[in-house]
Design a protein around this ligand. Structure first.
Ligand code: GAL
Length: 390
């Protein structure tokens, strides 16, 4: 009798397991492929930033339109939400461009890139920062000539976000690691702006003293991310000094301005598209790209025990095929997966500058090796179970 009961129980559990695997739909990420939202439309949130709040993931990104004009902001910042990271619900536009007032910083046709949103526990506000290039006025036709950061906020992660202002960070403030020569007069031969790529900068950034050049009016800020540390102190990390040098700048307590405490890193290394993560063992890793416009290039990585350095350069974290083009993509964010220890997703954009709305997303799991380096590997199809196998 006892044997019979045991056999019966084994049979029942085998049957249940079988039914379960039939009914449980397995979900996957398909890097680089079209990704449909709940309306069956390809997700439109490029250069994205992610927030986890009240058991939901929020994906904020650049809303692009068809054709080359889509490289400028015609609509605004688009939000999608998800509970599982595979299925995304379209929540609409949370920061709209201004269509009425040409003097507005965010007038239609400006450039809004890489929006990132963080939650301030003290003020209960959701704070958005983004790279902003207002529509050029007067003589200037340099679409990327302003190199500013835009700031907006909302009482809800669903928006609408209210635009506050734009800034050139840290006007009149020297970084913690300023050197004496930065404080000397800047040669009149130094141009007020260079082209934004290494090929345009005639000398090492410190021979030109770009930091000193921009001291009064504030430092340039283009590609960027935000990071909130375990102690709730937030940082703005951006490509500065004609894209040549990365700045890490602590934000004020309300996250709405810079605190004045900042440092510069990797001078003349032209890091763009910075993304950052922190492991449970307290190591910070940055993954960034080189500076080649919309064309992909080899990524770089760096590690540190403290956000303000010293940072140690680690080189290209990508392995396997297409490692020299970061799998035809450029970093935008590193997302810690909730409920899993040291599970991080590298998130990147595969840009389509001729038809930006068709830009694709490349998400890959990050391998942390001995808590010393990070590695990426191409994967046509994967899911979150991969983090349980490591
Ligand atoms: C890239 C940058 C993008 C965008 C583009 C314009 O290097 O990462 O966000 O600014 O240049 O060419």
């Amino acid at each position: 009798m006892k044997l019979k009961t045991t056999t019966f129980l084994i049979l029942v559990s085998a049957l249940l397991a079988c039914c379960n695997s039939i009914t449980k739909e397995e979900k996957f990420f398909y890097p680089g492929q079209e990704w449909l939202d709940d309306n069956g439309v390809h997700i439109n949130a490029h250069g994205g930033g992610f927030l986890f709040h009240d058991n939901k993931y929020f994906w904020y990104g650049e809303h692009k339109v068809e054709g080359e004009i889509g490289n400028t902001a015609q609509v605004g910042v688009h939000l999608y939400t998800s509970e599982n990271l595979y299925d995304w619900k379209d929540e609409g536009i949370v920061l709209a461009v201004n269509e009425k007032d040409p003097s507005s910083d965010i007038y239609k046709g400006c450039i809004i890139e890489r929006p990132k949103v963080i939650f301030n526990k003290k003020t209960k506000k959701f704070v958005m920062w983004f790279h902003l290039e207002p529509v050029p006025t007067g003589e200037s036709n340099n679409a990327y000539g302003s190199a500013k950061s835009g700031i907006a906020y909302s009482d809800s992660p669903y928006g609408p976000f209210e635009y506050i202002r734009s800034v050139r960070p840290n006007a009149g403030v020297w970084p913690l690691n300023v050197q004496d020569f930065h404080k000397k007069e800047v040669s009149s031969e130094v141009k007020s702006i260079y082209g934004g790529g290494p090929e345009h900068l005639p000398k090492h950034v410190d021979s030109l003293n770009i930091l000193g050049r921009d001291f009064q009016k504030g430092q340039m800020a283009r590609d960027m991310t935000l990071f909130v540390d375990d102690n709730d102190i937030a940082y703005h990390i951006y490509s500065s000094e004609d894209n040549s040098t990365l700045h890490i700048s602590q934000l004020s307590e309300d996250y709405l301005s810079h605190s004045g405490k900042y440092k510069r890193f990797f001078p003349s290394k032209f890091n763009e598209a910075p993304a950052i993560m922190k492991t449970s063992a307290g190591k910070y890793f940055i993954i960034a790209s080189g500076c080649t416009g919309w064309s992909p290039n080899p990524a770089r990585s760096a590690v540190s025990d403290h956000i303000f350095g010293p940072w140690k350069e680690l080189g290209n974290p990508c392995t396997s095929k297409d490692s020299l083009t970061t799998y035809y993509s450029q970093s935008t964010y590193i997302l810690p997966v909730q409920g899993k220890k040291d599970a991080f997703i590298f998130m990147a954009d595969r840009w389509k500058p001729d038809n930006p709305i068709d830009g694709r997303y490349v998400w890959l799991p990050i391998k942390i090796v001995d808590n010393k380096i990070v590695r990426l590997e191409w994967n046509d199809k994967w899911n979150l179970d991969i983090f349980d196998k490591n």
